[in-house]
Ligand binder design. Structure first.
Ligand code: PLP
Length: 439
């Protein structure tokens, strides 16, 4: 792939590859038209986690007990304000914004987010969501009849569909190893990979935090196994950014995908795709536009005319995380999750789906035995029924999962949550059991 300058047809577009390559001490960042001043200085005291920060920095309504951040996130109010300012700014003079301002601003966001996840900015791409990035990687893997693609049963449903489709198109075989519940520990997960992953496999795909069974996978060890067998590995970290200390350099995967619009709380429509340098020439965008043929980042940065405001608001999200402190945020979420998980298990006389230390900001708690029909099979519709009752009768938003014939609730814990909300969930389930004989 040859790299050419002036790659977007617009005479004022800077060369993206060049701007990303400049050393930090020589790089001049563009002036940002909007900033959230509160996050610029440490003068103002940080709001308290729980109700206080919910009111000051989130838009969630008071009436709902919101325990499902893991589904679609929950935006940082200040970042949405900035995104909306960018939308209005764009329309004041669309040509100035798109042709003269946008690309250097996107480069700057890329540089900042790269720092946050300890990656070379030249190795990451901003995309609209994890789904786009996952499709991009999977569609680019060369596969032939008889080739093997490897994953686990707990992999995200849409990703299994992507893999299945790609295998059907190419005649490759999808191997999805079943994970038994309850999970006993990291060793068990590592063992599944160690025992079943064969050298010569064309791609292995793992969630960093599976959506339905949200423990933090021993991904570093898994990547090491893949490497030792020369198997390219794609990690779906849709839940990772903002819910664990993500360090791409230390993990050293081949491909890594993470959402910014989930736990990191950016406005909807931002994710990051990392691709190891050697694989970049083989990883071409699904959307071909002006930057095609001009280098890895240039190929992706312009996907046609659309609203880029969410990308630009990521500055505000990063400022917020620096202002509050990443470790403070993670510590609160993890402690709350442990506490809430234990309280629910104690009260319902049940267990978590995996050892407590495997969970971070979400955990999976088994529902009371009374909700498990004796001898009957439970499935997605039994789970859906309880989820709907919690929503309609108790105004609690939380997902119920059915895993291997057992019902679980997946609780999310963000900095705006507090223990009393999980107590409401506890009481609602007990109330429901007392007032109904059967599901
Ligand atoms: C593990 C996992 N992968 C991928 C996705 C897809 O993310 P998005 O809808 O932002 O593309 C999700 C969404 O919940 C997820 O949980």
């Amino acid at each position: 792939m040859t790299t050419v300058k002036r790659d977007f047809g617009s005479f004022h577009s800077s060369n993206v590859q060049e701007l990303l390559s400049i050393d930090d001490n020589e790089y001049n960042s563009p002036d940002l038209p909007f900033r959230c001043e509160q996050f610029d200085s440490k003068q103002k005291e940080c709001p308290k986690f729980g109700k206080e920060i919910r009111k000051s920095h989130f838009l969630l309504e008071d009436e709902t007990v919101f325990l499902n951040h893991g589904a679609f996130g929950g935006v940082l109010k200040d970042a949405l304000d900035i995104a909306q300012k960018y939308q209005r700014w764009t329309e004041r003079q669309p040509l100035r914004f798109y042709d003269r301002e946008l690309l250097p601003h996107l480069v700057y966001v890329t540089r900042r987010i790269a720092k946050f996840i300890n990656s070379d900015p030249k190795d990451i791409i901003l995309v609209e969501n994890a789904t786009t990035a996952l499709n991009t990687v999977i569609q680019n893997i060369p596969l032939n009849t008889g080739d093997v693609v490897f994953t686990l049963s707990i992999t995200y449903g849409a990703v299994k569909k992507m893999l299945k489709w790609r295998c059907e198109q190419t005649g490759a075989q999808l191997v999805a190893i079943n994970v038994d519940f309850p999970v006993l520990g990291n060793k068990q997960i590592i063992q599944y990979v160690d025992e079943h992953l064969k050298p010569g496999t064309k791609l292995a795909v793992f969630d960093h935090i599976p959506s339905n069974t949200p423990f933090i996978m021993p991904i570093k060890e898994i990547i090491q196994i893949c490497k030792s067998r020369k198997v390219p590995v794609l990690i779906d970290g849709a839940h990772a950014l903002g819910s664990l200390p993500l360090d791409i350099t230390s993990l050293d995967p081949d491909y890594y995908v993470t959402n910014a619009h989930k736990w990191f709380c950016s406005p909807k429509g931002v994710a990051v795709m990392y691709v190891r340098k050697e694989l970049q020439p083989l990883t071409r965008p699904l959307i071909i536009s002006h930057g095609f043929g001009s280098g890895f980042n240039s190929e992706y940065i312009w996907t046609g005319l659309h609203d880029y405001s969410s990308f630009l608001a990521v500055h505000t999200v990063i400022d917020f995380w620096n202002y509050i402190g990443r470790d403070n945020i993670l510590e609160y979420m993890y402690q709350l999750c442990k506490q809430a998980g234990k309280m629910l298990c104690d009260s319902w006389k049940t267990n978590l789906a995996a050892p407590v230390d495997m969970f971070g900001s979400m955990c999976l708690v088994q529902l009371p035995e009374a909700l498990h029909n004796e001898g009957g099979t439970l499935d997605y519709s039994s789970a859906e029924k309880i989820q709907n009752i919690l929503f309609h009768n108790y105004n609690i938003e939380v997902p119920i999962k059915c895993v291997q014939n057992k019902l679980y609730v997946r609780i999310s814990c963000h900095i705006y949550n507090e223990l009393s909300e999980y107590e409401k969930l506890r009481d609602a389930i007990l109330d429901f059991i007392n007032s109904h004989d059967q599901l």
